[in-house]
Design a protein around this ligand. Sequence first.
Ligand code: CO
Ligand code: ZN
Length: 332
Amino acid sequence: MLRDTLQTLLSCYGPSGHEHAVADKLRELLEGHVDSLKTDVMGNLIAEKFGTDADAKTVMLSAHMDHIGLVVTDIEKEGFLRVAAVGGVPPQMARSRKVVFKNGTLGACMLQPDTKGEGKAEIHHLFIDIGAESREEAEKQVQIGDVAVYAPDFVPLGRHRVASPAMDDRCACALLCELMTYAEGQKNHLVAVFSAQEEVGLRGAGVAAFNAEPDVGLSLDVTAWGDTPETKLPAIKLGAGPAVKIMDRSVIASPLVRDRLFEAAEAAGITVQREVLAYGGNDAGAIQTSRGGVPAGTLSIPCRYVHSSLEVIDMRDMEGALKVLLQFVDLV
Ligand code: CO
Ligand code: ZN
């Protein structure tokens, strides 16, 4: 079940560069359902399902396992931790949050008062209180270089929605995991890449695409929202269907992939939205520019409050996306 898979994957610790726990869980879920499973140097988990066609195309699908975090840069003598961002962490969204380190150490992430009149909250104004009373005590639990993430959560909202940290991009990992489990007798060769280090610059997907040499690439990721108070762009609504990306800051979708997605949606009877994002990037940017170039695009899951500790998606968009994907993999 999509929802169960999602909940399982959301519970894993996995900031950029530390995706192992997510990969291990996915490996467990995929074992026996795919033809091959391997991990590469970057920490990408790669699952393959062979196609039935003699001239099958290789379709690479990616979903990133990592999410944003806060890396410890310094420990103050009073025991407070200073941090820098791993990926895009808006200080306003990280303030007053419960955070957790890989070893289970919990912390309260706080923003110091603006006594210098600096106006804008910056990442160096954040600190984490782990309850230590001195640097020595803190160092028994946390070292410089350790990474904290928003503590896992799973908050059902209304009938169809769920809020959680790491929804970006575990919701797409769940989707890709289900696709690989249920795709059966498809003509094309599927290479599912559960990618590492997307949030710090699409690093895992680039390496995976170079190795896989796909004929077509499709990234699965969340996109932003324009349907809450005072937020109008992008023109994307939760629950109105998955979105076909036209462009963002990392990629202009290849017409071939974009159009096949629209056709797949039509064949599946699913309404899709058209997405133009004036900021942000996704794995498709790295796949498209791999080697001599790969036609690439993105199917997005609308997500509110991206990079906060309560990223909200609508399960109807997820179910729609799965149906579109099952059509897409054989349309290219
Ligand atoms: Co992100
Ligand atoms: Zn993402």
